[in-house]
Design a protein around this ligand. Structure first.
Ligand SMILES: Nc1nc2c(ncn2[C@@H]2O[C@H](COP(=O)(O)OP(=O)(O)O)[C@@H](O)[C@H]2O)c(=O)[nH]1
Ligand SMILES: [Mg+2]
Length: 239
């Protein structure tokens, strides 16, 4: 570890009960990352898995020095992502998902960040030019969630969840300030960045998942509604 170069890029992937694809997805991603010349760390931000995810992640970390495993607590996507961001060392941070591993997004987003055309790049599944190959119900859920974010907290973009890339320095304190976890942390992060005057650019992405989500859409709804209320208070009341 000590001899590893300081990473220029930190890739953060929250993982939960991913024993079926974790090994192959990470090996394939590391292979595809060879085309880039930047040193990177790959942070697997796990929490709460009840399958062999942690064991497999640790084996990957032993095999590949650039893989770091963080594993603590109850299942909580937002908390894992936030902790990953706070632990990142790179000048740039890429947030991905294990069923996507979209290196095309990395290339396009880093080009924008390096050219200083944006400080935060969000991969949008629904803007013009995007191609969302998920089932129509999930595509619709994304549009409904964004509509709710517009009304509740004045969000101006088209997507908050999923792929993101940013310069760590101006964004790390914004991640730290976020009060909501689970599914809506990512939304709070983008909305706080928007309100803080961070230069944000959305770029269209193609979403072709390797597998359906581990938690069914309908089971997420109560939590999303609860956290939407918390987000409203966090942004509109506490500010
Ligand atoms: N650490 C952590 N990761 C999670 C959790 N739920 C989902 N993930 C990860 O977040 C990413 C996206 O999850 P997915 O099930 O595909 O849901 P989607 O975002 O709706 O497509 C994947 O890498 C999952 O393993 C969780 O509770 N904790
Ligand atoms: Mg997914």
């Amino acid at each position: 570890m000590a001899s590893r170069p300081q990473p220029r890029v930190s890739i953060i992937i929250p993982v939960y009960n991913e024993e079926a694809i974790l090994q192959s997805a990470v090996v394939d991603l590391i292979d595809r990352l060879q085309e880039f010349d930047w040193p990177y760390e790959l942070i697997l931000a796990e929490n709460g898995s009840s399958d062999r995810t942690v064991e497999i992640a640790e084996q990957l970390s032993e095999r590949f020095g650039q893989v770091v495993v963080r594993s603590l607590g109850e299942p909580n996507y937002g908390k894992a992502l936030k902790e990953g961001i706070l632990a990142a060392n790179g000048e740039f941070v890429l947030c991905d998902e294990i069923d996507l591993c979209d290196t095309d997004f990395y290339r396009r987003a880093l080009a924008l960040l390096e050219a200083n055309e944006a400080e935060l790049v969000v991969g949008s599944k629904v803007m013009a030019g995007a191609s969302d190959e998920r089932p129509i119900l999930r595509h619709t859920a994304t549009i409904i969630l964004n509509g709710m974010l517009r009304v509740a907290v004045g969000f101006k973009g088209t997507d908050t969840h999923g792929l993101k890339a940013f310069r760590r320095a101006p964004l790390v304190d914004i991640a730290r300030q976020c009060l909501v976890d689970k599914d809506l942390f990512a939304s709070e992060f983008v909305i706080r960045a928007e309100r803080a005057g961070i230069r944000i650019k959305e770029i269209p992405i193609r979403v072709l998942e390797k597998r359906p989500p581990s938690v069914h859409l309908f089971r997420r709804v109560p939590n999303v509604l609860k956290n939407m209320a918390k987000l409203f208070v966090a942004i509109r009341v506490k500010g």
